[in-house]
Design a protein around this ligand. Structure first.
Ligand SMILES: Cc1cc2nc3c(=O)[nH]c(=O)nc-3n(C[C@H](O)[C@H](O)[C@H](O)COP(=O)(O)O)c2cc1C
Length: 318
């Protein structure tokens, strides 16, 4: 079972009408959840970095829960991000402590949906405003998921909205977030994300255990790669020997983006992978250290929980 940690970035939940409802709902609906109320823990904004990092290490799913303030997170949550996502924790040579954790942004917004549009008075979409947080998740190697947010959540008696309306929207918001968390942690998506990470971990060492790979390849799988097109297990073998003669063991494949959609046989995975590797003098790279991005598209089937890659395309990004 997955453990969820919710970082509540509201600066004063005593005065909240909607974030409190969401936090209460998450605590009721999720089995293994802990909420860190930054307003109570750090009224003086002095974040206990060690305690926060220890709490994150225990979690599988991290949710940042906040009201949208000035097109961003409240200052208290920004301070938390600045202090906690530190060098060699969230980034840097040993900064892999959050890698592979599932990351959700969950927030309440005052303005109406139509205002967050090039034609509206807020000009930009919500997705554009939150790019910095999305990229923060990518840099830390976390699995960034579609954000969950709700508009028209400001309540000023007699001016904006009715209390029962905003609180009903807060409950609907909670239900959506809970079902997204369940979808990610209990589903084919979880299975496939883990699979992709394991696959590339094996590629990192360029293991001699070729069977590890072929067990997941359909016997007529088609591989289209920059090194040429290959077919089936024999084709994989040829391609893999080629890679082993090019790259030194100990390279790094970082899965920077992962999206999946249903396809006829199972799923189509779209991956963006960053490859850092040392190469052999005799190879086309002539001993250079390379650092490149590739887009990969895989067609996979998952019948009875058994994963088989049917089609595997690798396209370097120009
Ligand atoms: C300081 C401050 C800044 C805000 N900035 C925005 C904003 O940029 N865009 C927006 O749509 N709503 C904005 N709002 C409205 C809040 O998002 C809204 O009041 C909040 O989501 C309601 O959550 P609560 O009931 O838990 O306090 C702002 C509110 C405050 C107090």
């Amino acid at each position: 079972m997955s453990k969820t940690i919710v970082i509540s970035g509201h600066p004063n939940l005593e005065a909240s009408f909607t974030n409190t409802v969401i936090l209460d709902g998450l605590q009721t609906q999720l089995d293994d959840v802990s909420v860190r109320r930054l307003d109570r823990l750090y009224p003086d904004y002095q974040i206990d970095v060690e305690a926060e990092q220890a709490a994150l290490l225990e979690a599988d799913v991290i949710v940042l829960q906040f009201p949208f303030y000035w097109y961003s997170v409240p200052a208290l949550l920004k301070k938390w991000v600045d202090d906690v996502m530190s060098f060699n924790f969230a980034y840097g040579p040993e900064g892999n402590k959050l890698k592979g954790k599932d990351f959700f942004l969950s927030f309440t917004i005052g303005g109406p949906e139509e205002s967050y549009d090039p034609q509206g008075y807020n000009h930009f979409t919500i997705e554009q405003f939150i790019y910095p947080l999305q990229q923060t998740a990518y840099l830390a190697g976390m699995n960034y998921h579609k954000p969950v947010y709700t508009h028209r959540m400001v309540y000023i008696p007699g001016v904006y909205n009715e209390l029962d309306e905003v609180q009903a929207r807060a409950r609907a918001h909670t239900d959506r977030l809970v079902s997204e968390i369940r979808r990610v942690t209990e589903s084919d998506e979880r299975l496939l994300r883990n699979f992709v990470h394991q696959w590339f971990a094996k590629f990192d060492v360029l293991s001699d255990d070729e069977k590890y790979f072929t067990q997941f390849l359909a016997s007529d799988a088609v591989l289209s790669t920059p090194e040429g097109n290959f077919k089936g297990h024999e084709g994989f073998s040829e391609w893999y020997s080629n890679l082993k003669a090019t790259f030194k063991s100990g390279c790094e494949h970082l899965v920077e983006q992962f999206t999946m959609k249903p396809s006829e046989q199972g799923y189509q995975l779209e991956l963006r992978v960053r490859l850092k590797a040392e190469t052999f003098m005799e190879s086309v790279f002539k001993g250079e250290t390379i650092d490149l991005n590739v887009n990969e598209t895989w067609l996979v089937s998952t019948s009875d929980g058994e994963i088989k890659i049917q089609d595997y395309q690798v396209v370097p990004m120009s």
